[in-house]
Write a protein that binds this ligand. Structure first.
Ligand SMILES: C[S@@+](CC[C@H](N)C(=O)[O-])C[C@H]1O[C@@H](n2cnc3c(N)ncnc32)[C@H](O)[C@@H]1O
Length: 327
């Protein structure tokens, strides 16, 4: 999955895919100005709660659509920086006038609003399978006798995989497959090194571990997408299609806490939009009919088969907020 998405030459994201457009791999919130407006309201609320201006750091800015809309809706003094791994997508972001880099270490610590829309679901996962008696195997990628990609079971590449499930009190059933992402900890530690105070918002599909790894999902949640269609075979058109898996929100929370952040809570995207005040969007733009349609679509938006949740975290000493309850 890491190679298919991020290989320096052939990776799906490295090549700078169309995201969100008609021929893009998938739909995303970032296509909708109304969504950017809601995030802008969240940034402004965060600034009021912190009591000073915040710079915004967006992770995985894609084509830069969301960043471009947010900076349009915000005062010109807003400092907006994208951290993006894909060089081609960075080019697209620069063309939209956005500041972008692949290196978070170049940023000094400061009061910050961290934003990640559908970035966590694009982190590579390990795939494990259980024999039902507590024994786990990892599913590696190899070649079959026809030189085609195939899954080959083997010993776990790291004991962290078994530890994760053990810590989450997850016991997989016979033949059950689970995807495990081990990236969250390092990711949040890096964020912690640049956020002196502020809030973090991640928008993504996923679930708490107990639901994500229930036996009803015995084949896991890894899926592949091309031109707005699910393609069902991760080994098809490698580097030409998107691969993704549901986010383990329990693991995300644990990693955030271990990095010094405090979980504020989570909520589905639909109610979040209204709590944060999306209806103000209708009075701000000319075509309120279109705006209403966009808001309705955003409220329902299910991308890649799952609905979106908003996960909010804060640094110590700040009040709760950011649309988790009606304000
Ligand atoms: C599913 S796309 C979402 C893009 C955009 N946020 C949107 O909603 O349209 C994932 C994005 O995250 C980027 N990405 C993946 N891992 C990253 C990381 N560790 N740091 C920063 N960006 C990353 C990808 O290159 C891609 O731009």
């Amino acid at each position: 999955m890491a190679s298919a998405l991020y290989d320096p030459h052939h990776g799906f994201y490295t090549k700078g895919p169309a995201i969100g457009s008609q021929d893009g791999a998938f739909n995303t919130n970032a296509m909708f100005p109304a969504f950017a407006f809601a995030v802008t309201l969240a940034i402004q609320q965060a600034e009021r709660l912190v009591g000073e201006p915040l710079r915004v750091i967006e992770f995985g800015g894609g084509t830069g659509e969301l960043g471009a809309y947010i900076t349009k809706f915000s005062p010109s003094s807003l400092e907006y920086i994208i951290i993006e791994t894909s060089p081609r997508l960075r080019e697209q972001q620069k063309k939209k006038g956005l500041t972008t880099t692949d290196d978070i270490k170049m940023l000094p610590p400061g009061p910050t609003f961290v934003l990640g829309n559908e970035v966590l679901d694009a982190f590579p996962v390990h795939r494990v399978m259980s024999d039902g008696s507590g024994q786990l195997m990892e599913m590696y990628v190899g070649l079959d006798t026809h030189e085609e990609f195939t899954e080959i079971p083997g010993a776990l590449s790291t004991s962290r995989l078994a530890k994760r499930l053990h810590d989450e009190k997850i016991y997989l059933g016979r033949g059950q497959i689970a995807e495990i992402c081990l990236e969250f900890h390092d990711f949040l530690k890096k964020i912690q090194s640049v956020v002196s105070k502020g809030y973090l918002i991640f928008i993504d599909y996923g679930d708490e571990a107990a639901n994500l790894y229930s036996y009803t999902q015995r084949n896991g949640t890894l899926r592949s997408f091309q031109s707005q269609r699910q393609t069902f075979d991760p080994f098809d058109s490698v580097g030409e299609q998107d691969l993704t898996a549901d986010v383990d929100f329990s693991a995300l929370k644990t990693a955030a806490q271990e990095s010094g952040f405090i979980p504020v809570g989570s909520i589905q995207q639909g109610p979040w939009l209204y709590n944060i005040g999306i209806e103000k969007y209708l009075t701000q733009i000319d075509d309120s009919q279109q705006a209403q349609t966009d808001i309705e679509q955003l409220t329902k938006l299910t991308d890649l088969g799952s609905t979106f949740d908003i996960q909010v975290f804060k640094t110590k000493g700040l009040p709760d907020g950011l649309g988790l309850h009606l304000s």
